[in-house]
Each structure stands twice: as structure tokens, then as C-alpha cells.
Design a protein around this ligand. Structure first.
Ligand code: SF4
Ligand code: SF4
Length: 292
């Protein structure tokens, strides 16, 4: 999803908002892979948790292998994570999780008797013009819900309202060129979107807490704010570094919750809130020392 284009389209009233009983044009994905180029895939901590499990990697691996990056958001200064797209040329970038589709029957015939396929076997068994997401069961929230997106709007008295909008995955996506429609509620159900959105809401809350504690980095940020940001920013994403733990959260609880994503996530959010609180206090103290 190109966020700049999306905001521009929203400002111009070109983005339709939908309810659960509305439907939208969708004839089915033909795996052309076009929507996995030149876009931005923002990740929340649940996305990273699912990717870690699926790939059998730590968050440190995801970061060091250049699959995921964490940086201060341009407008908010809050920590954001994103899939790191590989640059193909000046104009084109590609998701590192996009892979070619291999015809298993063809491959079986080619390797007949061999322990493993050669590069030539793989190339010969490739299905032309078909691409697949190699993390499909753990594909991030943005990809899972596309062509639906969700945004938070603040109504009067600060009440939050989450609205669904429709944004084609790619302007030349075949699934929106041909006849066919699907209901919003079916889409959410069929794609297992709700747990991702629930986890996203928790993260949103966490970011609000960080903002309240002054844990943002922007142009005018002082050294103390930057230091505090560094303490708190990585934690919502880097579950490998959530140690040492205070007494209320003995180390064993990580093990207990390690197999239950949502429990683990709730625990992580609780931890980060505590760290944000502490980092906020450290920041205030450091600021007082610098100005005092
Ligand atoms: S562009 Fe459309 S049809 Fe092609 S992979 Fe993406 S969703 Fe599927
Ligand atoms: S994570 Fe999968 S679905 Fe999402 S952009 Fe990458 S390859 Fe495409």
C-alpha cells in the first residue's frame, strides 16, 4: 500500500468507506504477484510474532537479515516497523517474501531418484508468471486484509472510530478488472483478519501511551528524548531482548506463553508499558539535569 497515494486519494474523496454488509469487486487472486512490488508493508508486533514463528527466526534474525526494519515514523516520531523491500532498480522494489511457484508434479518427475533438486530442476518445474507469498500462512495484516484497509478516526470528545476503506491492491490487479463481488464480513472471516486487527488495536494503544510519555523522536528531540526512545522503541518488536524481567514477570512466563501468540502479545504490551513508564521517568530526570 503506497501510503502517500492513499492519503492523497482520501483527501480527494476517492477512497470508498465500507461496512461489514457491503461488498466489493473481487474475482479472485490469480497469483500474478503485481501487488507485492513497489509498496509499503507496515508491521505491528503481532505480524512480527507470526513471521518469527513461521520462519523459525528470532526478531534479531529478521532485522539483521534485512527482512524487516524499525525506524522513527516521519510525522509521529513513534517506532514503526516495515518489511524491507529489495530494490531492483531506481523505480522498482520487490517484497523479500515473494517467491516463484513450482509445479510439484513436474519437480517430482525431474528429481526422480535424486536426493534433492538441482537449480536446473527447479527452473524447469517453475510455473511461468505465477508468484506466491512464501510466508502466506503468516502474511502480515496489511497483505491479509488487502484490498480492505482500516484507519482510526477520532470523533468528537476524542472517541475513536475505526473505519474500513477499499483500496485496490495494484492498479492493474486482475482480480478487480473482472466480474465478481465479495461481502466485507466474508472477506474478514475467510482471511483470518480479525485477530490481526485486535492485536493492531492493542499496539495502537501502546503507541498512544508512548506518545503520552514523550517517547517520540522528531526534529526538535533533545538527547534525553532520543536516549529514552532508543530504550523503548525496539521493545514492542524485539521480543528476544525483553530481558532482564522484573520480579512480577518471572522469566518462566515467557516460556508459558511462548506457544500462545495472543497471550504472549498481551504480556509483551504490558511489559512495554512498564518500560515506557520507566523510560518516561528517566527522560524527565535526564531533562531536568540537562536544563537544571
Ligand atoms: S495483483 Fe491482484 S491478482 Fe495479482 S497477486 Fe495481487 S491480489 Fe492477486
Ligand atoms: S508479505 Fe507476501 S503478500 Fe505481502 S507483499 Fe510480501 S509477498 Fe506479497
Amino acid at each position: 500500500m503506497d501510503l502517500n497515494r492513499l492519503y492523497k486519494n482520501m483527501e480527494e474523496g476517492k477512497v470508498p468507506f465500507l461496512g461489514p454488509d457491503d461488498d466489493f469487486q473481487w474475482s479472485g487472486c490469480n497469483m500474478c504477484g503485481l501487488c507485492c512490488f513497489d509498496t509499503e508493508i507496515l508491521l505491528n508486533p503481532y505480524d512480527i510474532l507470526r513471521l518469527r514463528r513461521h520462519l523459525g527466526m528470532t526478531t534479531t534474525d529478521l532485522l539483521s537479515k534485512g527482512l524487516v526494519e524499525v525506524f522513527p515514523g516521519g510525522n509521529s516520531g513513534l517506532p514503526l516497523a516495515m518489511v524491507t523491500f529489495r530494490r531492483v532498480n531506481k523505480k522498482m522494489s520487490i517484497c523479500p517474501f515473494l517467491g516463484a511457484v513450482v509445479d510439484e508434479g513436474k519437480l517430482r518427475k525431474r528429481i526422480n531418484g535424486k536426493d534433492k533438486p538441482s537449480r536446473e530442476d527447479l527452473e524447469a518445474a517453475r510455473v511461468p508468471n505465477k508468484y506466491a507469498c512464501i510466508v502466506y500462512p503468516a502474511r502480515p495484516s496489511v497483505c491479509r486484509s488487502s484490498p480492505l484497509g482500516r484507519m482510526t478516526m477520532w470523533e468528537k470528545e476524542g472517541k475513536e472510530n475505526r473505519r474500513l476503506f477499499y483500496q485496490p491492491p495494484a492498479s492493474n490487479c486482475p482480480a478487480i478488472q473482472e466480474e465478481g463481488r465479495i461481502r466485507v464480513s466474508c472477506w474478514i472471516e475467510n482471511n483470518g483478519v480479525q485477530p490481526y486487527w485486535d492485536a493492531g488495536d492493542g499496539f495502537h494503544q501502546l503507541l498512544s501511551t508512548m506518545m503520552e510519555k514523550g517517547l517520540v523522536v522528531n526534529k526538535g528531540a533533545d538527547q534525553a528524548a532520543k536516549a529514552a526512545w532508543r530504550i523503548a522503541a525496539g521493545l514492542p518488536y524485539d521480543f528476544d531482548n525483553l530481558v532482564p524481567l522484573p520480579e512480577e514477570f518471572p522469566q518462566t512466563r515467557v516460556g508459558e506463553h511462548a506457544e500462545e501468540d495472543r497471550l504472549l502479545l498481551a504480556w509483551i504490551y504490558q511489559m512495554v508499558e512498564m518500560v515506557a513508564e520507566a523510560a518516561g521517568q528517566i527522560r524527565e530526570a535526564a531533562k531536568a539535569r540537562l536544563t537544571g
